[in-house]
Design a protein around this ligand. Structure first.
Ligand code: AMP
Ligand code: TRP
Length: 337
């Protein structure tokens, strides 16, 4: 038995923000020590909403560079671009043909996004979770580290693997696909908006001031934190249901300063906002500084990034093609000769 396998990905739409880092990417980095890790930039998912072709390549490479800058290590992980491994699209089709339509119609994220897109909803948006299932199932992933909002999509991937593929096309001793589990880590699992402590920090929020992007310059970070919503009370604390902003900002400080929740809560218990905000701003700027420096380096000379992504693609392809062949064969397709 090898080490347990992990796969995850982020869409190259909009800039990555603190929520993506603390809720997702940071955890992936730690998993590299103990797991066999695959991380992709899911550019095929990015076109499920209207997109700008002039920006897709840049956004994709920028996101990949941020993976590396955040500590994903190409020596220990396969880092690749989803659309460059054709097996993702092909397995998606095979899964499409066994996935009931009503399973997709009840996906919460689909319903939310469909409302936003109005008349323009594509078949791709409905199919988004099946493509995600293909991403995961191709690598026989044991664990999929994602934020809480992706839990329903993970359940769907499990149901497709178990009920629609293994039950129909495999037998008890030889399951066709591995059934993955979600890995949702508590700390940082939900970073909230700077302008509303009750809603998630999100790429799609129209208000730029609601989020801190990983590539925001220090002055902008300081400005956004200065303007962040607060409340009239003095002193910061966790878990007061009437003070969601306080909980969120103190939580960010605990993680970004590296001090941890207990020490941060103690330090800030009697602090006024005027004293706390510059502290949080400094901690944020300092935490992001090395990521930004590494990102600049990688984007200034593309040689290393290209090499990493070519290698990652080759490694991903060899695993993915093997799984795809297993599914094709179980479903009765003629063997490629
Ligand atoms: P998205 O920005 O929706 O493409 O999400 C990419 C990854 O980051 C997913 O695993 C999300 O669950 C995670 N994520 C996005 N926003 C947040 C947030 N505000 N807090 C924690 N995790 C998040
Ligand atoms: N839907 C995921 C998100 O928005 C992104 C994603 C696509 C993904 N394919 C995946 C995450 C496979 C984990 C595994 O966050």
């Amino acid at each position: 038995m090898g080490r347990p396998r992990v796969l995850s990905g982020v869409q190259p739409t909009g800039a990555l923000h603190l929520g993506n880092w603390l809720g997702a990417i940071r955890n992936w980095v730690d998993l590299q020590d103990s797991h066999d890790t695959f991380f992709c930039v899911v550019d095929l998912h990015a076109i499920t909403a209207p997109h700008d072709p002039a920006r897709l390549t840049d956004d994709t490479l920028n996101t990949a560079a941020l993976y590396l800058a955040c500590g994903m290590d190409p020596e220990r992980s396969s880092i690749f671009i989803q659309s460059q491994v054709a097996a993702h699209s092909e397995l998606c089709w095979l899964l499409n043909c066994v996935t009931p339509l009503n399973w997709l119609e009840r996906m919460i994220q689909f319903k939310e996004k469909a409302v936003k897109q109005g008349d323009n909803v594509s078949v791709g948006l409905l199919d988004y979770p099946v493509l995600m299932a293909a991403d995961i199932l191709l690598y026989d992933a044991d664990l999929v580290p994602v934020g809480e909002d992706q839990k329903q999509h993970l359940e769907l991937a499990r149901d497709i693997a178990q009920q629609r593929i293994n039950a129909r096309f495999g037998n008890e001793n030889h399951p066709v696909l591995m059934v993955p589990k979600p890995l949702i880590l508590k700390e940082g699992a939900r970073v909230m908006s700077l302008t509303d402590g009750r809603s998630k920090m999100s790429k799609s929020d129209l208000n730029e001031g609601s989020r801190i992007n990983l590539l925001d310059p220090p002055e902008l970070i300081t400005k956004k934190i200065k303007r962040a919503k607060t409340d009239p009370e003095r002193g910061l604390e966790f878990a007061n249901p009437d003070r969601p902003e306080t909980d969120n900002l103190l939580g960010l400080y605990a993680i970004l300063s590296g001090k941890g929740r207990d020490a941060a809560a103690q330090e800030c218990a009697d602090m006024g906002w005027g004293q706390f905000k510059p502290l949080l701003a400094d901690a944020t700027v300092a935490a992001l500084e090395p990521i930004q420096a590494r990102h600049r380096e990688l984007m200034a000379d593309r040689t290393e990034l290209d090499r990493v992504l070519d290698n990652g693609r080759d490694q991903a392809e060899s695993v993915a093609n093997e799984t795809l062949e297993r599914v094709r064969s179980a479903m009765g397709f003629a063997k490629r000769r």
